[in-house]
Design a binder for this molecule. Structure first.
Ligand code: SAH
Ligand code: DHB
Ligand code: MG
Length: 222
C-alpha cells in the first residue's frame, strides 16, 4: 500500500463518479504545455470544492492561488449565472494560462483573475468594500496562510466557508520543531483557526494522486 495504490484508486474514482470532462482535461494539458508545475488539486478534490460551493448555495467565491485555473473552473461551475469568483495570482504567466483555460471553459463572465502578490490584492480588494464572499479557497504560498486567514475573516460573513489546501504535508504538520517554513505556515494557520472564537473547523487527511496531504475546512460562526 502506498502511492501507486492511492493513484490507482483516485483514477478509479475519477472515472466512476467525479466526472472530469474535456474542458478540465484541456486546462491541465494547456498548463502542462506552458510549463506550469502540476500542482493543481486532484479531480476528486475539485469535485469536493464544487459540492461544498453548491451545498452552501455560494454566489461569491474568493480563491488565493490560481495556477492554471483548474480549481477555479471546478468552483465557478457550482455558481449561479449571477455568481462571481475572484482568483488571486502572483505570476503573470500562470494568470495568462488560467485566463485562456477559463475562456475555453465558458466562464469569462464568472471568473476574474487579479495578478499580483495576494497580500497586495487582498488589501486592494478590502478597500473596495466588496459584498461578502460565501467561500474562500486558500492555496497559494503556505507561509502566507495566517495572513490570508485574517483577510478571509474580513471578507466573509457568518456561515461562510474557508477551505485551505496542503495543510498536512506528508504528516509534517504534527512536527512542532519542523524547520520548513511551509510547515510552520500551515501550523500557524491551524493554530489561528483553533484560537479564533468565531471559527469552527477540521482537517481531513487525504491520500491520492497528490500523495499524503490534507484539506482544512473552517466555518465562520453565525
Ligand atoms: N488552486 C490551484 C493551484 C494553486 S498552486 C489549483 O488547484 O488549480 C499555487 C499558486 O499560488 C501558484 O500559481 C503560485 O504562483 C501562486 N502564488 C504563490 N505565492 C503567491 C502569492 N504570494 N500571491 C499570489 N499567488 C501566489
Ligand atoms: C505545491 C503547492 C500546492 O498548492 C500544492 O497543492 C502542491 C504543491 C508546491 O508549491 O509545491
Ligand atoms: Mg494546493
Amino acid at each position: 500500500m502506498g502511492q501507486s495504490q492511492w493513484t490507482e484508486v483516485d483514477e478509479f474514482l475519477e472515472r466512476l463518479l467525479v466526472g472530469e470532462d474535456e474542458v478540465l482535461a484541456a486546462a491541465i494539458a494547456a498548463s502542462q504545455r506552458a510549463g506550469l508545475p502540476p500542482i493543481q488539486i486532484s479531480a476528486a478534490q475539485g469535485k469536493l470544492l464544487y459540492l461544498l460551493a453548491k451545498t452552501l448555495g455560494a454566489r461569491r467565491v474568493l480563491e488565493i492561488g490560481t495556477l492554471g485555473g483548474y480549481s477555479a473552473i471546478w468552483m465557478a461551475r457550482a455558481l449561479p449565472s449571477s455568481g462571481h469568483l475572484i482568483s488571486l495570482e502572483a505570476s503573470p504567466k500562470h494568470a495568462e494560462v488560467a485566463s485562456a483555460n477559463i475562456t475555453r471553459a465558458g466562464l469569462v463572465g464568472t471568473v476574474e483573475i487579479r495578478v499580483g502578490l495576494a497580500a497586495d490584492s487582498l488589501a486592494a480588494l478590502g478597500g473596495e468594500d466588496p459584498e461578502p464572499f460565501d467561500m474562500v479557497f486558500i492555496d497559494a504560498d503556505k507561509a502566507g496562510y495566517p495572513h490570508y486567514l485574517e483577510w478571509a475573516l474580513k471578507l466573509t460573513r457568518p456561515g461562510s466557508l474557508i477551505v485551505a489546501d496542503n495543510v498536512v504535508r506528508g504528516g509534517a504538520v504534527a512536527d512542532a520543531l519542523s524547520s520548513d517554513s511551509n510547515v510552520q505556515g500551515v501550523r500557524a494557520y491551524l493554530e489561528s483557526v483553533a484560537a479564533h472564537p468565531n471559527l469552527e473547523g477540521t482537517v481531513m487527511q487525504t491520500v491520492g494522486v497528490k500523495g499524503y496531504d490534507g484539506l482544512s475546512i473552517v466555518r465562520v460562526l453565525e
